[in-house]
Ligand binder design. Structure first.
Ligand code: C5P
Length: 408
């Protein structure tokens, strides 16, 4: 669940700091990397050496350390993580966070970050219920900071009540909840086709098209960014492989279909590839030679399999959502509506690829989203933004389907 996630753990000065050592161990066991910031007071309860040994990374503490700043500036430290976790979050550090102070490295990092923050408070019961702390927590919640705990129970100071820091396993669960909230497609499997296909005429010549793969690759990256486990089946393209995506490189439509059918169970399929409609009926085994005086060879073509239509076929293996593309040069929306019905997919993203639009190979795309509910005209967007918007819509649709199912 936390594989590849980077957690910045801020350990402030409370007796519960000893639990942070166990927290690091649990997080690393789940595949996360942990980097620690230890406050001056925190270092009275747990040593930098403990945190360093468990995190296998250096521990940051001094705001004015020339060596730290030259290796990793405090601003970068605050952003170079997927999540900041404050555990234990003391009354003092919560007050400084609420007040926007930057009087040590922990407070500065928390003020400078653009990442989500989770706080696990730990303090004496009277400190937790004090009007000042209550107001600070209220302020921080309004600003979007998530809290886990504190729990009720016996405290180190022999009092009883709320103030005990949550157990490390509870903090891990809260971390997963925060990270999954930003990853609504976690646990979903997606297939994306992208780029052109190449249909061999002979070993040196082929039929293909102008597809750059930019839109399909951006969709694969956007689905992965929302947490999906993405397989990208791509024809020959010049764009780089998106990060965090399994890429299967193919040439022909037949190979693309085989790779798609090989991808296993899917929740989502997005067919953005420009699959050649026809292939050579009988590709020559050797290079077709020019013969003096002979007419050009006649090309006999055969239809390619329709990958989108194949994936859209009803059955237990059909993905919950199948999205096709319709690249058109005229009657864009009408043609796309007809194509949605003919291919049996759920949604069609239709775009005008007339040469004047510069869509093929360009950075921007003006699309219409055609669903059972009707047609939405999207404004001109960068291909990355089209991809993010589409991925967001896909996540929303699947979440809605889960809600409906639960209500039934
Ligand atoms: O039929 P047409 O090529 O216009 O349909 C476009 C949509 O169908 C795209 O989503 C494309 O990826 C998909 N397609 C396919 N296999 C084909 C032809 C098109 O998956 N052989």
């Amino acid at each position: 669940m936390l594989h590849g996630k980077r957690i910045l753990l801020i350990v402030a000065g409370g007796i519960a700091a000893f639990k942070s050592a166990e927290l690091i161990r649990l997080l690393r066991g789940r595949g996360a990397s942990v980097r620690c910031v230890l406050t001056e007071a925190g270092a009275k309860f747990v040593t930098p050496l403990t945190l360093q040994a468990l995190s296998e990374d250096r521990v940051y503490g001094d705001m004015f350390s020339l060596t730290d700043e030259s290796e990793m500036g405090h601003i970068q430290l605050s952003r170079d993580a997927d999540l900041l976790v404050v555990a234990p979050a003391t009354a003092d550090l919560l007050a400084r966070m609420a007040g926007g102070l930057a009087n040590d490295l922990a407070a500065t990092v928390l003020l400078a970050t653009d990442k989500p923050v989770l706080a696990a408070p730990a303090m004496n019961v009277r400190m937790w219920t004090h009007a000042a702390t209550v107001a600070n927590v209220e302020t921080l919640k309004k600003r979007g900071i998530t809290f886990v705990g504190p729990n009720d129970g016996a405290m180190a100071c022999n009092e009883h009540g709320p103030g005990r820091m949550s157990e490390p396993a509870e903090i891990v669960a809260a971390i997963e909840a925060v990270l999954v909230r930003d990853r609504p497609l976690a646990g979903r499997r997606a297939l994306v086709t992208s780029g052109p296909t190449r249909e061999a005429l002979d070993p040196v010549r082929f039929i293909s098209n102008h597809s750059s793969g930019k839109q399909g690759h951006a969709i694969a990256a956007a689905l992965a960014a929302l947490g999906a486990d993405v397989t990208l089946v791509s024809g020959p393209v010049a764009v780089p492989d998106p990060q965090g995506v399994k890429v299967m490189k193919i040439e022909s439509a037949d190979q693309m279909l085989a790779a798609c059918l090989d991808a296993g169970a899917l929740d989502i399929a997005v067919c953005a590839a420009a699959v050649a409609d026809w292939k050579a009926a009988r590709p020559a085994a050797g290079k077709i030679k020019k013969k003096a005086g002979a007419p050009p060879p006649a090309l006999e073509l055969a239809p390619n399999p329709d990958i989108l239509a194949t994936l859209s076929k009803a059955g237990p293996k059909r993905p919950a959502l199948v999205v096709g593309f319709a690249a058109e040069t005229e009657n864009v929306v009408a043609n796309a509506i007809e194509k949605r019905g003919r291919k049996g997919c759920d949604w069609i993203v239709a775009n005008d690829v007339s040469p004047a639009t510069g869509t093929f190979g360009g950075e921007r795309n003006t699309v219409h989203l055609i669903t059972a509910a009707g047609t939405e005209d999207w404004p001109p967007l960068g291909k990355g933004d089209v991809a993010m918007r589409l991925a967001g819509r896909i996540a929303g649709h699947l979440a809605e389907a889960v809600r409906k199912q639960a209500a039934e």
